[in-house]
Design a protein around this ligand. Structure first.
Ligand code: NAP
Length: 272
C-alpha cells in the first residue's frame, strides 16, 4: 500500500476507541509514525504505548479537547513545535447527540459543532496547506450515512456529518490539482462506544449483520483513501441504508416524526 520513503506520518483524532483506534492500529501495522489525539490522557497513553511496542513505530499522544474553538490552531502549532509533518490526517473524533434541537443543552450543541465542523475544517486548512506545498498527502474525513437525508431527532449530528461530506467533496477538487487526496468514509451503524448509554444491543446487531466492526470500517476507509477514491460507504447493509435514506421523501420523514409515540404531538398553529 505504501511506497517506501514517501508518506511517513499519520494523525488520527479520537484515536483511543472505536473507529479511530482501528484506524490507528491499521496505520501502525503499515509502519506509520502516529500522532494520536484524544481527550483522555490515560487511555491515550495506553494506546500509544501498546501500538509503539506491538508495531515498533514512534507514537506521539496529544491530549486535547477538540471541541474547543482554538483546538485546530493549537494542535497545528504543537505539531510545528515538535517538527512533525503530517502526511495523512484522519478527521475521526465525534460524539452522538440525540434529541430535539429546542431541548438540547446549548453547550453540548456547541461542543458537537466545534468537534464535527470547526475543528476538522481548520485542521484540514492547516495541514492541507502544508500537504499542498509538499504536493502530497491524504485527508480522510469520517462522515456518516445519516448525511444522506435530514432527520428530526438527530438534526445537529446528521447535518454536521452532511457538512463534512460536502466540505470534503469541494476540498477534494481544490487539492487534487496539487497532488493531495481527499476521501470521505461514511460508516453505517458500527459497534463502538458511540452507543454507550443507549439501549442498542451491539452484540445482537453485529450477529444480525446490521452493524459492522470498527476494524472493517477503518480498513475500508483506508483502502479507499490509498486508492484516492472520493467516497466509500463500508458494507452492503450501510450502502442499502444510505440509498434508502436518500430515497425517503420529506413527507414520510415528517409523518414518522408526527406519529412517533415517544415524541410530543405537534400543536396546531393558531389561526391568523
Ligand atoms: N459508531 C457508529 O455507528 C458511527 C456511524 C457513522 C459515523 N460514525 C463516526 O465515527 C467517528 C468515530 O466514532 P466511534 O463510533 O468510533 O465512537 P467512539 O468510540 O465514541 O469514538 C469517538 C472518539 O472521538 C473522541 N472524542 C470525542 N469527543 C472528543 C473531544 N472533545 N476531544 C477529543 N476527542 C474527542 C473520543 O475520545 P475520548 O473518549 O478521549 O473523548 C473517541 O476516541 C465519529 O465521528 C462518529 O460520528 C460512527
Amino acid at each position: 500500500m505504501r511506497a517506501a520513503g514517501e508518506l511517513t506520518t499519520a494523525l488520527v483524532t479520537g484515536a483511543c476507541s472505536g473507529i479511530g483506534l482501528a484506524f490507528a492500529t491499521e496505520l501502525a501495522a503499515l509502519g506509520y509514525t502516529l500522532v494520536l489525539v484524544s481527550n483522555r490522557a490515560d487511555a491515550l497513553a495506553e494506546v500509544a504505548t501498546d501500538l509503539a511496542q506491538r508495531h515498533g513505530i514512534a507514537t506521539h499522544p496529544l491530549v486535547m479537547d477538540l471541541a474547543r474553538a482554538e483546538a485546530a490552531t493549537t494542535l497545528a502549532a504543537e505539531l510545528e513545535r515538535r517538527g512533525l509533518e503530517v502526511d495523512i490526517l484522519v478527521n475521526n473524533a465525534g460524539m452522538l447527540l440525540f434529541g430535539e434541537v429546542a431541548e438540547t443543552d446549548p453547550d453540548r450543541a456547541m461542543a458537537l459543532l466545534q468537534l464535527h465542523v470547526v475543528t476538522p475544517t481548520l485542521l484540514a486548512r492547516h495541514l492541507g496547506a502544508r500537504m499542498r506545498a509538499r504536493r502530497r498527502g491524504h485527508l480522510l474525513f469520517v462522515s456518516s450515512i445519516s448525511a444522506w437525508n435530514d432527520f428530526p431527532g438527530i438534526a445537529l449530528y446528521g447535518s454536521s456529518k452532511r457538512y463534512l461530506k460536502s466540505f470534503a467533496a469541494a476540498l477534494r477538487s481544490e487539492l487534487a490539482v496539487w497532488g493531495v487526496n481527499v476521501t470521505t468514509v461514511a460508516p453505517g451503524a458500527t459497534a463502538t462506544d458511540l452507543y454507550a448509554g443507549t439501549k442498542v444491543d451491539l452484540a445482537l446487531a453485529l450477529r444480525l449483520g446490521v452493524m459492522l466492526t470498527p476494524e472493517a470500517v477503518a480498513r475500508a476507509g483506508l483502502k479507499a483513501m490509498f486508492a484516492r477514491r472520493a467516497l466509500v460507504v463500508p458494507g452492503l447493509m450501510a450502502k442499502l441504508f444510505a440509498w434508502g435514506m436518500g430515497a425517503t421523501p420529506r413527507w414520510l420523514i415528517d409523518l414518522l416524526r408526527r406519529r412517533a409515540p415517544w415524541l410530543p404531538r405537534p400543536t396546531r398553529r393558531p389561526r391568523a
